[in-house]
Ligand binder design. Structure first.
Ligand code: AMP
Ligand code: MG
Length: 480
């Protein structure tokens, strides 16, 4: 019989300090609740034997073509260095699809590992459904992200404040290499391992990139560009990651780790949803500053392999990071002028972007719907009120197109301004019903989010923002 996955685990060729071979802990009465047919097609996995598939995705059976492992890593959490590692996730293996593209297949919530510390290695059904929904939403918004192949519910109890339903999510990602992996190697003070890790990361993620003669500089440059593009994309759709610790910053530029993340309704750049982010470190507007901070942490780990002369190494790393601000502004405005229908950046259209965001903030306008209104005429009850507020800005906007003798690029606007985002109130409602055993709402929300740029009259409910009270009191939890 053809195996489900086509495993080939390149990560295990790294020095053994980077992982621990460990198997998932078996669960009772597993049941596949969600299975991602779209992703099955991308991966070309053999999902024909549903009994085998369930056994594997629940962690109850190890396929004989792999050796599962947990990854070691460290990280700066809210600015503080800690040794971490996969405490509740185990890599089943690296799967190669028919195009020879490599994907990590990871079971999240599948039991303890040597890195679990005080944790139980488990995950709640609610948190895994949430991750499934948000990761798929980002994917269909065309934003690089880890994906979710399946949610398997089980009957082994999970103890949180109460006893919760447990679940295992199959997370799929180009790679789970993260800044924290390098921080771990750096902490171990082992330059040989660091070099092997850098070469491995480059070969795996950026094999054709050789702008610089020093591999570590190529890696720093590629990760910087990928992360800048990612954070701009988050901001394009109003996404707050919420826990941008260095262990949650991928080298591939994929979004991952969806704990306290959420999408904004009303535009306020200082928005923070996470209940543990007391100082707003990971607020909406801080995301570019934080990614820059994380890249500095990354660069620090690379110093020993950039150059043997410390001063030269620091100078080279600093020169690379000095490019961040310009790259950021370029990427940010390039995307935001697309949101208002211009193709090329000018001083005047950048000013229009700034002015629009300022009007939105001062008037408590909904982020998604303001851009949507400028893109299409959407028939939601506040549209007329919005148009009144935006009237002067719209006149300036139209004048600028006339001044440049160009027309608005509507296709660009449609592509960059989603109609549907996972609005937190709808997500919470759907999750609360799901944990009570009713998946209909969850599946409806998921279905709408699979086509986020196409307006559909039937889905008006998904456009209407929640009442202000909801937003003011909304908090997210890493809770898990
Ligand atoms: P996160 O906040 O999800 O990035 O997780 C931070 C660290 O805590 C990672 O090393 C996780 O593996 C670990 N962790 C989170 N929840 C658990 C759990 N229930 N059991 C064991 N480890 C956990
Ligand atoms: Mg994490």
């Amino acid at each position: 019989m053809h195996p489900v996955f086509n495993f080939e685990n390149s990560y295990l060729n790294l020095p053994s300090q980077f992982y621990s071979c460990v198997e998932p802990t078996k669960v009772e009465n597993p049941e596949i609740v969600l299975l991602n047919s779209n992703l099955i097609e991308t991966l070309h996995i053999n999902a024909t034997n549903s009994i085998d598939l369930l056994a594997i995705l629940s962690g109850n059976k190890i396929p004989n073509n792999t050796k599962p492992f947990a990854q070691a890593y460290a990280g700066h959490q809210f600015g503080h260095f800690t040794i971490l590692g996969d405490g509740r996730a185990i890599m089943l293996g690296e799967h190669l699809n028919n195009k020879h593209e490599r994907y990590d297949i990871q079971l999240k919530g599948c039991g303890k590992t040597p890195y679990s510390r005080q944790g139980d290695g488990r995950a709640t059904y609610k948190a895994m459904l949430r991750e499934y929904l948000i990761s798929e939403a980002l994917h269909f918004l065309n934003i690089p992200t880890s994906r979710s192949l399946a949610v398997v519910k089980h009957h082994s109890p999970v103890f949180r404040e109460n006893i919760e339903i447990g679940a295992i999510l199959t997370r799929v990602m180009k790679s789970h290499l993260r800044i924290g992996t390098f921080e771990y190697a750096h902490f171990k003070n082992d330059n040989n391992s660091l070099k092997l890790l850098a070469n491995y990361s480059l070969l795996r993620l950026y094999p054709e990139k050789n702008e610089y003669s020093i591999p570590a500089l190529n890696l720093l440059n590629e990760v910087m560009v990928a992360q800048i593009n990612l954070v701009v994309e988050w901001m394009r759709v109003g996404f707050i990651h919420g826990v941008m610790n260095t262990d949650n910053t991928s080298l591939s530029g994929e979004s991952f780790d969806f704990g306290p993340c959420a999408f904004i309704n009303t535009y306020n750049p200082a928005t923070v949803f996470s209940s543990i982010d007391y100082q707003g470190r990971y607020s909406f507007k801080n995301q570019p500053f934080i990614i820059k901070w994380n890249l500095y942490k990354f660069a620090e780990t690379l110093i020993p392999i950039i150059h043997q002369d410390l001063n030269i190494a620091i100078k080279l790393a600093q020169e690379m990071l000095n490019r961040f601000d310009d790259l950021w502004l370029e990427a940010y405005y390039q995307t935001f002028i697309h949101k208002i229908g211009f193709e090329k950046i000018t001083t005047k259209n950048k000013a229009l972007v700034d002015e629009l965001l300022d009007i939105m903030f001062k008037n408590n306008l909904d982020y998604t719907n303001t851009f949507l209104l400028l893109t299409n005429s959407v028939a939601w009850h506040e549209a007329a009120h919005y148009l009144k507020i935006l009237n002067d800005w719209i006149m300036k906007w139209e004048q600028l197109f006339m001044e440049y003798q160009i027309t608005k690029n509507s296709a660009l606007m449609v592509k960059n301004n989603p109609v549907y985002i996972p609005r937190p109130h709808l997500v919470e409602e759907a999750l609360n019903e799901a944990v009570k055993g009713q998946l209909t709402k969850f599946l409806n929300v998921l279905n709408v989010l699979k086509n986020p740029y196409n307006h559909h009259d039937l889905f008006l409910e998904n456009i209407v923002p929640p009442n202000k009270n909801f937003e003011q009191n909304y908090q997210t939890y890493c809770g898990t």
